[in-house]
Design a protein around this ligand. Structure first.
Ligand code: ADP
Ligand code: MG
Length: 730
């Protein structure tokens, strides 16, 4: 029996016992494994608590002696929950998270065993950094990096089986101070936006002292039976199928979207949601997605720093919990050809400490103007730095999505809807006219009431736009489902901060020249509308016409990662990130190098897996069938049957033989191209070679012939689970 039939039988017969989840209210478990401020209040002295709050709210440094008090409070809490170990938890540039567990247990000089957690261990650790990517920032022999506590993200307890570990969110930096992770730059970008946005807010409201970017992500994923995945080496090693014929029933009926959730998946969802609630991840929605076996979940939005941690944690929790249900979660952007891929929409806005969402249309003329200011500045930022925003979402796996006609295109554009387009046109058309009388009209438009109404009417809200305004936030839809949101969020917040800084400089200059404040603001807004017009697009982003139009407008359309990444290391990018204190040039170059290396490795692995599957699964199965046909034809010939009676078999034999030969030849030619690529020294050129010479030239070609064979070869001989089994067996 082949692994495939075994797997298929397992799915149909194996009953999965889902763990029972208490029917209690979510509020009963929410945050129970998080060291929240409420818990801190309980476990810390006044002094320690105040110091912690000052650090979280105002970024104040915590001194060592207080840190020790906080550490023992955390330990006491953690131990009350059965925790034995702690770890610094960080987000290295590999894309996953890293932990190195230490126990509270230690031996004192005189041999007595005690449990302790000192302030020093809370604040800083030195994980061996040599095995994390650094892009040449440190030579391996002096692989010293340290993780430093980030008090703004609360510690939490991870439960794996019976083991419980206290996780301290940290940033990861080298001894010379360069950041080696995704979190440190994000926090700098958050601070940059805070400063720039508070300044701009103060034109309208002097009470605003803090602005935080907010993020609500939507995570798409596939759920597949574990036994079937185990029988697909490509899913196991690449997270996607490199071969597979799209079944007769794909998603064309669109009957899965918002349909009822299969029972087994539902049990899994309940389970991972429950685990997420304990960790304080505020999941809110769940539903089926467009493709069969595809689903989505989304939380209530949070401060971007926390939202990023929660998304990374969720991906980890989902993956682990799925095992309990004998399921596998596929987070890859494109696990199945011919079927929708997965994204991770990043809903983004900014909120003030006075409780205002800066991208929510205002109720009064003054708040209207404030909304318009932040709205137009965001558009301008995306316009000016579209290439860098594109680079922030570039990855080998996201390439399968962007540029195909089903996901936002690789061309960055902004959708704002008819009504706001009209508003911007109105503002723009007043070139050189006096604002004095007319601005009143603009300010009096009831944006607050009109926009939500229009958005509700416009139900499909343009799913084809990579960056869409959705009423009170922007939705960055081109982010890939495997991505750490930190990188696109770092870039988005940086470019908005940069634009806001320039905006206030221009406004201040006009005020100094004697303009009234509101008039000055309106003038700069108008200038920005004119300057960034070409990024606005309301039509179908998937259409060929848009690709042509975008080219005419001079908007970049970089479909592949190796070239899209160039934008990270241009003089423009270096200046942007340096001016705003996010990355030094050395850091940018290191990151560029790391992203290229990741790309090369991913394509390399896929090419190898393809070669392996072709040689060890596809060709052997096809040869067996070829032999059967041959035997059959020979026997018929021996029986002196007229050839016209087995013409079908002869044609089949010819076709099968042709495809076998094609798979064989192309697989070998691909190996040769890989060797050539491997000899290229320079990472960018090497990545381009892998893209153009290995992937573009051979992946589709090999797949074409393999998928043809899948259609021709006797089903019983085929060893890999087919799409119809992967996607429709529950
Ligand atoms: P959709 O129709 O795209 O699913 P929803 O209204 O359900 O849109 O919201 C999607 C996500 O947007 C949710 O995670 C939600 O929390 C988030 N969101 C809503 N308001 C904001 C905001 N001001 N800032 C950031 N994210 C937000
Ligand atoms: Mg959405």
């Amino acid at each position: 029996m082949s692994l495939r039939t075994d797997a298929v039988n397992h799915v149909s017969h194996g009953k999965v016992q889902a763990p029972e989840i208490k029917g209690a209210k979510i509020t009963g478990v929410f945050g129970e494994n998080v060291f929240t401020l409420k818990t801190a209040r309980e476990y810390l002295s006044d002094e320690a608590y105040k110091s912690l709050v000052a650090s979280i709210k105002g970024g104040k440094k915590i001194d060592r002696s207080v840190a020790s008090q906080i550490a023992s409070g955390m330990r006491a809490w953690a131990e009350s929950k059965g925790v034995t170990h702690y770890t610094h938890w960080f987000q290295p540039l590999t894309g996953s998270t890293a932990e190195k567990h230490d126990s509270f247990f230690t031996l004192k000089g005189d041999g007595t065993a005690i449990e302790e957690f000192e302030g020093a261990a809370l604040i800083q650790q030195e994980p061996d950094a040599s095995s994390f990517p650094n892009g040449g920032l440190r030579a391996t022999f002096e692989a010293r990096g340290y993780s430093a506590w980030d008090p703004s993200s609360p510690p939490f307890i991870i439960e794996i089986g019976n083991g419980k570990t206290l996780c301290i969110p940290t940033i990861f930096i080298s001894y010379t101070g360069e950041s080696l992770d995704y979190k440190a730059p994000l926090m700098k970008a958050v601070e940059a936006v805070n400063k720039a946005a508070v300044n701009v807010c103060n034109y309208f409201d002097k009470n605003v002292t803090k602005v935080v970017p907010t993020l609500g992500w939507e995570q798409e994923y596939f759920v597949i039976d574990e036994a079937l995945v185990n029988a697909r080496p490509d899913l196991l090693q690449c997270g996607r199928t490199v071969f597979g014929f799209t079944p007769a029933k794909g998603q064309q009926l669109e009957d899965h979207y918002f349909g009822s959730i299969p029972e087994r998946v539902y049990a899994f969802m309940r389970d991972f949601e429950n685990e997420s609630y304990k960790l304080g991840i505020p999941l809110r929605t769940r539903h089926n997605e467009v493709a069969p076996a595809q689903f989505e979940c989304a939380p209530i939005f949070e401060e971007v720093n926390i939202a990023v941690d929660h998304n990374i944690l969720l991906m980890d929790v989902m993956t682990r919990v799925a095992k309990r249900h004998h399921l596998v979660v596929l987070l890859h952007e494109k696990p199945f050809a011919g079927i929708n891929g997965s994204g991770k929409h990043n809903n983004w806005s900014m909120a003030t400490d006075t409780g205002v969402n800066l991208l929510a249309p205002g109720k009064t003329p003054k708040t209207n103007l404030m909304f318009l200011t932040f709205f137009v500045n965001t558009i301008k930022a995306v316009h000016d730095y579209a290439d860098i925003l594109r680079a922030s979402i570039a990855s080998a796996s996201n390439d399968f999505r962007l540029g195909a006609n089903e996901a936002p295109p690789a061309i960055i554009s902004v959708f704002i809807g008819d009504y706001l387009t009209k508003v911007l046109n109105d503002v723009e058309s007043r070139v050189n006219s006096k604002f004095d009388e007319q601005d009143e009209a603009i300010l009096k438009i009831d944006l607050h009431r009109s926009i939500p109404e229009l958005l509700i009417d416009n139900t499909d809200r343009n799913r084809t736009s990579p960056f869409a305004f959705t009423g009170n936030k922007f939705e960055f839809r081109a982010v890939g489902s495997t991505a750490n949101c930190a990188l696109p969020m770092t870039v988005l917040n940086t470019i908005v901060a940069d634009t806001l800084v320039k905006f206030s400089e221009e406004v201040d200059a006009l005020i100094e020249k004697g303009d009234k404040k509101e008039i000055a603001i309106m003038q700069v807004i108008q200038k920005y509308i004119v300057a960034s017009k070409k990024i606005l697009f309301e039509g179908d982003g998937y259409s060929e016409a848009w690709h042509k139009e975008a080219e005419k407008r001079g908007l970049p359309n970089l479909k592949t990662t190796p070239v899209a990444l160039d934008a990270m290391v241009t003089d423009k990018a270096k200046k942007l990130f340096k001016d705003n204190g996010i990355y030094t040039t050395a850091e940018l170059e290191a990151r560029h190098e790391i992203e290229l290396e990741k790309y090369i490795k991913k394509v390399q692995i896929e090419a190898r897996v393809m070669g392996d599957l072709a040689t060890n699964h596809i060709i052997p199965a096809a040869i067996k069938y070829q032999n059967e046909l041959l035997k059959n034809v020979n026997l018929l010939r021996d029986a002196a049957l007229p050839e016209k009676l087995y013409k079908g078999q002869l044609t089949l034999l010819k076709d099968v033989s042709t495809h076998i030969q094609q798979v064989y030849e192309n697989t070998h030619a691909m190996v040769e191209e890989r060797k050539v690529a491997n000899n290229i020294e320079h990472s960018r050129e090497k990545a381009i070679a892998y893209e153009a010479k290995v992937k573009a030239q051979y992946f589709d070609k090999i797949r074409y012939h393999v998928d043809k064979l899948e259609q021709l070869v006797d089903d019983e001989l085929w060893t890999l689970p087919k799409y119809r089994e992967l996607l429709f067996l529950r």
